[in-house]
Design a protein around this ligand. Structure first.
Ligand code: SF4
Length: 225
């Protein structure tokens, strides 16, 4: 068991005085920036030319998500929605075939995303979560454990979504609204790098941070057990 592990989320150093922000800054003993061996080990991995280019382009995309950058401007304006960032990043990487894996509850949105990306010149391989129409019983799910007991229900099949994208040799996969856990399976089994356009969060219209922002008010009941 590792005794000490990073706890950046609980860092007690002021933001501008943190070691990860400034060379004279401080950090607790478990600070991952202090672990120079780990930092060097990781930087060696970036020597892989494909990974290096992926990381370089992601960093350029990150900066280009702001307008008004320049010396002296400490508050550049964020300017691009994520769907545009994804398209631009894929263009930078010269990808031509993208995967779009989505939840059946977001069918209309998937069509819009697909047509937006096609309009920018990409081929889009899209696979819905229910593809394969395999009954949930195959996973050992009881009738009482279905969304609508008493009716046939197909399992979400992220492995099939990954296999279909892998077979179509997609170069970059976009995840839209897959359930918690189903997304994990897809992310682990996709051969191509993935990005998430939307994380499923049914009651907030897929804005999971809404519940985080209101964790001390409307959603405080969640802290009670
Ligand atoms: S100073 Fe260290 S522990 Fe604190 S946030 Fe930065 S990396 Fe994490």
């Amino acid at each position: 068991m590792i005794e000490e592990f990073p706890e950046c989320a609980l860092c007690s150093f002021p933001p501008d005085g943190r070691l990860c922000r400034t060379s004279g800054g401080g950090g607790p003993p478990s600070c991952p920036t202090r672990d120079r061996e780990l930092v060097s080990e990781v930087m060696e991995v970036y020597a892989d030319p494909d990974l290096a280019e992926f990381a370089r382009q992601a960093s350029i995309q990150e900066a280009e998500g702001y307008e008004g950058r320049g010396p002296g401007n400490s508050a550049p304006r964020p300017s691009k929605p994520r769907i545009l960032e994804i398209a631009e990043f894929a263009e930078r990487m010269k990808f031509s075939r993208l995967g779009l894996v989505f939840c059946v509850g977001l069918m209309r949105e998937a069509e819009k995303v697909c047509s937006f990306l096609s309009g920018r010149g990409f081929q889009v391989v899209s696979v819905v979560c229910k593809a394969g129409r395999v009954p949930k019983e195959e996973l050992g799910i009881l009738d009482s454990e279905k969304i609508q007991p008493g009716s046939p229900e197909a399992m979400c099949n992220p492995l099939l979504q990954a296999a279909a994208c892998n077979r179509a040799e997609t170069e970059f996969n976009i995840v839209m609204g897959l359930c918690v856990g189903h997304d994990s399976i897809f992310l682990r089994h996709s051969k191509a790098y993935c990005t998430v356009l939307a994380a499923k969060d049914r009651p907030t219209g897929h804005n999971p941070l809404a519940a985080v922002y209101t964790l001390d008010s409307y959603y405080r009941y969640m802290k009670e057990n």
